[in-house]
Design a protein around this ligand. Structure first.
Ligand SMILES: [Zn+2]
Ligand SMILES: [Zn+2]
Length: 402
């Protein structure tokens, strides 16, 4: 055991070095629309020598931890409580603020000891500004990457107004939360403009029960988590990226070998999350499946050795029909509550030709002024819709806001 911790600490130090090395390059590599970036970087607090969370706590028996997968439609919002300490991982979309605040207030939450914004997409940080204003906040953990949206700026403003600092996630660092603890397992490197892969990943531990939560991490980030050699075997996995086929690789599922999987997604979302290939694989693996789109809010209670659930697992392994696949749904897309990158524009109503920069992974309207600076070898035209481009790892340009 001692040896494990020693190597973990060593690993943390090496990683800290690597990640710190990366963040300076983030500022220089991105040439488009990164106004807030310098602010983000400068407001980071170094948090490297946190060490290992209190070991004694783990020896106690019957310490209850609850994990609430709050139904916020096509978005993530997870509340963790242990011995009257609380942590919120992600905060739904902008319009979910009232729902999240009242859910927390009904539980008597006054203070969030930790607030994690896994990555700066609107369906993960949407209501964090309101949450920051309403509750007493301890540590805010967010990856060192920004997004040029009003939603993200609102969160940064709320953090600044409250005099809070952002703690950069350092893989291997662990934190105590009540009688439980969590270890940072991602991000493991600089993912440039792929915001999903920047997702903060944690392994949540309550004695013998473990949960893995990794936001919207896609295949590349999953492989990097596996490669970092921290044991990610767990009882419960929150399906990455709302059950998308671009995430939830067989390799990752092999490494976690979850008994339970929770998918946080919204009914009739425009991405078709969760995807049928993923659900099929969960089914073949005999997973006990929970879905917020079919079952609403789901609560898991861990006593340190067993996990009990607020509801039975669903037998529904049917994929959501995506409007991309099903033309009959096209009319109803204006009602779709889904907006992964949201404040920008409504998803794909018309065929538009976008100009892609294959280097910076941004997409633009063909009249965007920044195209003039783009070298021809990085330029590519595409008629694919906006959602599809985002799924492929592209981000909307901050100037023309396609
Ligand atoms: Zn998401
Ligand atoms: Zn995302």
């Amino acid at each position: 055991m001692k040896k494990y911790f020693k190597s973990l600490i060593l690993f943390t130090i090496i990683l800290t070095f690597l990640l710190t090395g990366c963040s300076s390059s983030i500022v220089t590599t991105d040439d488009e629309g990164t106004l807030k970036k310098s602010n983000v970087i400068s407001s980071y607090e170094d948090d490297n020598n946190k060490g290992i969370a209190n070991e004694e706590a783990k020896d106690d028996i019957n310490k209850e931890m609850k994990v609430h997968f709050i139904d916020v439609g096509q978005a993530d919002c997870i509340l963790i409580e242990s011995n009257n300490k609380f942590m919120l991982v992600d905060g739904g979309n902008n319009e979910d603020a009232d729902r999240i605040v009242s859910y927390l207030q009904e539980l008597g939450v006054k203070r969030l000891d930790y607030l994690i914004g896994t990555h700066p997409h609107a369906d993960h940080i949407g209501s964090l500004d309101v949450v920051i204003n309403k509750f007493d906040i301890g540590k805010v953990i967010m990856p060192p990457v920004s997004n040029n949206t009003k939603t993200f700026e609102d969160v940064l403003d709320a953090i600044e107004d409250k005099g809070l600092k952002i703690t950069k996630p350092v893989v291997g660092t662990s934190y105590a939360i009540g009688d439980a603890e969590f270890i940072i397992i991602a991000p493991n490197k600089d993912y440039d403009s792929n915001l999903n892969n920047w997702s903060v990943g944690i392994k949540l531990i309550n004695k013998d029960n473990t949960f893995i939560l990794c936001g919207d991490a896609e295949a590349e980030a999953e492989y990097d988590i596996i490669a970092n050699k921290i044991d990610i075997k767990a009882d419960v996995l929150k399906a990455n990226h709302h059950g998308s086929v671009t995430s939830n690789t067989s390799e990752f599922l092999d490494a976690v070998t979850p008994k339970y999987i929770v998918i946080s997604s919204g009914e009739d979302n425009s991405y078709g999350h969760p995807h049928k290939e993923v659900l099929q694989e969960f089914k073949e693996r005999g997973i006990n499946l929970y879905r917020t789109d079919k079952q609403g809010t789901i609560v898991a209670s861990s006593d340190g050795s067993n996990i009990t659930w607020s509801t039975k697992p669903t037998s529904n392994f049917e994929a959501e029909k995506s409007k991309v696949e099903s033309s009959s749904k096209v009319e109803s897309t204006s009602k779709v509550e889904n907006k992964e990158d949201a404040d920008s524009k409504k998803a794909s109503e018309k065929k538009v030709t976008y100009v892609l920069n294959t280097n910076t992974k941004k997409f633009h309207y063909d009249n965007c002024r920044s195209i003039a600076n783009m070298s021809d070898k990085n330029k590519k035209l595409s008629e694919e819709n906006r959602d599809k481009l985002i799924e492929e790892g592209y981000d909307a340009c901050g100037i023309c806001k396609p």
